[in-house]
Design a protein around this ligand. Structure first.
Ligand SMILES: [Zn+2]
Length: 115
């Protein structure tokens, strides 16, 4: 079975912007390299991806573990902040990820305009 390994990864950066990068799942490490305090470890043997993400909401580092097959077969997986419950990580297919991020931005904008 041949999988499409193209993924889109979006994550909340320090300045509260959502950064979106595109590439194959095997390029994930390179895609987010250069962004502060985040790293991805690819365990080829267990076919799992470990993602350490410094949370811009609570300032702690959250760790996510995904199976490669899970990432490729789902439209989107969302990682949340363990403390606030807000989503900070989006990985999946282009359409699903951009849709969710758009919705997320809309909600945020509404929240800010209510304050
Ligand atoms: Zn957090």
């Amino acid at each position: 079975m041949i999988y499409n390994t193209e993924v889109v990864i979006g994550f909340k950066a320090e300045n509260n912007n959502i950064i979106v990068e595109r590439g194959t799942i095997f390029q994930l490490c390179d895609l987010i390299q250069g962004y502060h305090a985040k790293n991805i470890i690819f365990n080829k043997k267990s076919k799992e991806i470990f993602i350490n993400l410094k949370c811009s909401l609570c300032d702690e580092v959250h760790c996510y573990v995904y199976r490669v097959q899970e990432l490729l077969s789902k439209d989107i997986v969302i990682g949340g902040c363990e403390k606030t419950g807000n989503p900070i990580l989006f990985i999946g297919k282009e359409k699903a990820v951009s849709h969710v991020i758009e919705k997320y931005k809309e909600v945020e904008m509404n929240v800010y305009s209510m304050i």
